[in-house]
Design a protein around this ligand. Structure first.
Ligand code: NAP
Length: 437
């Protein structure tokens, strides 16, 4: 008899777990449960729309979904349609792969003003996530402040200064493309509380900032050290990567502010202290910092940047799931290297926090599969049969993978010229297409 496994979440960590289980020698029946009708989580809704090669990994997920023992249950919300406890009663193993969908907070005064939009919402908006279609960010501002020096911050900065021609071949939604084209943005400030050596963005992403059609990078060259200080302990690989970033920033330094109509300013050693204004943001107050023992420490010197749009991209967290042991301070599940209870496992960002690239989730999935197989219980639970019965009794409209392929084809067919797809951005629109198919 197969072991019956439910995976909650169809992003990279969920799909890599399904793949590892499906490719194992153990007989497994795998059901992937997803809140939205569309699968692939962070690949579809987090990866930047102009990074299509990264999104190509979803083709491997399609192959996994096409396996006989794998079934996709889209449009099923664990927490609303079925509880985690109910799921655990039905399946031999339940794997939680729900990622870190919420923003970390800055924890400074004024953060709740209109015009402060966290990266989860902002990235979700331009990527057509149904939760954020109504965000309607006001881009009628010359200056935008993006807080953070990670890849999400740099993704946002880049998207905001690209032209229609640059964005058109991506799968950014038409609404977001129109809004960015119509915006008054001329200057984007990338605000890092530490220095160029500590910046977390990767070099490919940083170099892209030097190749934009109408935007020039700006940096004060005197802030770039000649080399990564010897006393900083890190792997040779990390040192090489950081040296590469310093070299790229050095190339940016001599570029003239008026070379192109827009600018992205890399401001290092600058920590946000207060968002100023009335109900709406009018400016951000920053404190200059220095890095002491790896930490940003305020110097007591302040400056302000006028803006009506502040986009914190300072990392993500999860708020968990009822029934999942959870560390609320860290925003991750409590587990013993992924084992979170009897027959309960966690993978990906909900397990280890929001770090690493898409591929980092692969070993996570393999580890979870190994643990599940090691822990195989004596008896077997009903799995799919019980889930189908419960969902039918509640009248839940399940979207299966064949349905998804219908939606996928529909999105591709209505894409603007040169774009891979035009996403359906509401659940109702997705279900409507399926109803009329
Ligand atoms: P991240 O890499 O952890 O970067 C977060 C940034 O926010 C850091 O610069 C951090 O500064 C800063 N920060 C945190 N709290 C702050 C505060 N209170 N005030 C000011 N700054 C603050 O996170 P991320 O950019 O969200 O990315 C998440 C993961 O996805 C990363 O592993 C990233 O590489 C990956 N990702 C990869 C790609 C890609 O490969 N193209 C694209 C997007 C995301 P400190 O360093 O000082 O803490």
């Amino acid at each position: 008899m197969p072991i019956r496994v439910a995976i909650v979440g169809s992003g990279p960590s969920g799909f890599y777990t399904a793949e590892a289980l499906a490719k194992s020698d153990t007989d497994c029946q795998i059901d992937i449960i997803e809140r939205l009708p569309a699968p692939h989580g962070l690949i579809r809704y987090g990866v930047a729309p102009d990074h299509q090669t990264t999104k190509n990994v979803s083709r491997n997920f399609d192959k996994t979904a096409a396996r006989d023992q794998v079934r996709f249950y889209g449009n099923v919300d664990v927490g609303r349609d079925i509880s985690l406890d109910e799921l655990r009663a039905m399946y031999d193993a339940v794997v939680i792969a729900i990622g870190s969908p919420e923003d970390n907070k800055l924890g400074i005064p004024g953060e709740d003003k209109q015009g402060v939009i966290g990266s989860a919402a902002f990235v979700g908006w331009y990527n057509g996530h149904p939760d954020f279609v109504d965000l309607d960010p006001d881009l009628d501002t010359a200056n935008v402040c993006v807080i953070g020096n990670g890849n999400v911050a740099i993704d946002i900065a880049r998207l905001l200064v690209k032209t229609r021609a640059e964005l058109s071949p991506s799968d950014i939604t038409n609404d977001a493309l129109d809004a960015i084209e119509a915006s008054s943005i001329t200057d984007v400030y990338m605000l890092g509380r530490r220095g160029p050596v500590e910046a977390k963005f990767t070099n490919v992403e940083l170099r892209e900032m030097g190749k934009l059609e109408i935007c020039v990078p700006q940096i004060n060259g005197t802030l770039i050290p000649d080399a990564v200080p010897e006393e900083l302990e890190m792997s040779d690989r990390d040192r090489r990567l950081r040296e590469r970033n310093l070299a790229t920033l050095r190339k940016f330094a001599p570029r003239a502010a008026d070379e192109l109509p827009k600018r992205v300013h890399f401001h290092f050693f600058a920590a946000p202290r207060e968002i100023l204004g009335g109900d709406r943001v009018e400016a951000i107050r920053m404190e200059r910092t220095e890095v002491v023992d790896g930490r940003a420490v305020g110097t007591g010197e302040f400056f302000e940047i006028e803006t009506s749009l502040v986009l914190p991209a300072v990392g993500y967290r999860s708020s968990g799931l009822e029934g999942l042991p959870f560390n609320d301070d860290w925003g991750v599940a409590i587990s013993d290297d992924g084992r979170a209870g009897e027959g309960l496992y966690v993978v990906g960002w909900i397990k280890r926090g929001p770090t690493g690239v898409i591929g980092t989730n692969r070993p996570d999935g393999q580890e979870a599969a190994k643990q599940i197989i090691e822990d195989i219980p004596e008896g077997r639970k009903p799995g799919r049969a019980a889930l189908d019965e419960l969902l039918a009794s509640k009248g839940v409209r399940v979207v299966d993978y064949t349905d998804w392929l219908t939606l996928d084809a529909h999105e591709q067919a209505r894409a603007r010229e040169g774009a891979p797809r035009e996403k359906l951005i509401t659940v109702a629109a997705m279900l409507g297409v399926l109803d009329s198919a």
